[in-house]
Design a protein around this ligand. Structure first.
Ligand code: FES
Length: 109
């Protein structure tokens, strides 16, 4: 299991959730009713409403964005930062023990 810690835009802990291997950060957030993840497309990489921020340490724990994810990151509603990711593309696996993600100010314009 991967421990996911969700931070508010201000940096406070909102939720700590366990994700099973193969489960996306987006799905784990929705299943646990973590506020702040919309995921309108259900993980098809067509909505950009599952935006999160990773700091440098956490970004180094996961594969870099694909070209498709990078394209969709151009449509996020909140500020795009170097650590911006789409949480439907961040997947828990056995080699990932913990990940901290910060929620953006908003997911829709
Ligand atoms: S849920 Fe739509 S892009 Fe991630």
């Amino acid at each position: 299991m991967t421990q996911l810690t969700f931070l508010s835009p201000a940096g406070a802990i909102v939720a700590v959730v366990q994700a099973a291997p193969g489960q996306s950060v987006m799905r784990a957030a929705l299943d646990a009713n973590v506020p702040g993840i919309e995921a309108e497309c259900g993980g098809c990489l067509t909505c950009a409403t599952c935006h999160v921020y990773l700091d440098a340490d956490n970004a180094a724990k996961v594969p870099a964005p694909t070209a498709e994810e990078d394209d969709m990151l151009g449509y996020v509603a909140a500020e795009r930062r170097p650590g911006s990711r789409l949480s439907c593309q961040l997947v828990a696996d056995a080699g990932l023990d913990a990940l901290v993600v910060q929620l953006p100010e908003r997911q829709v314009p």
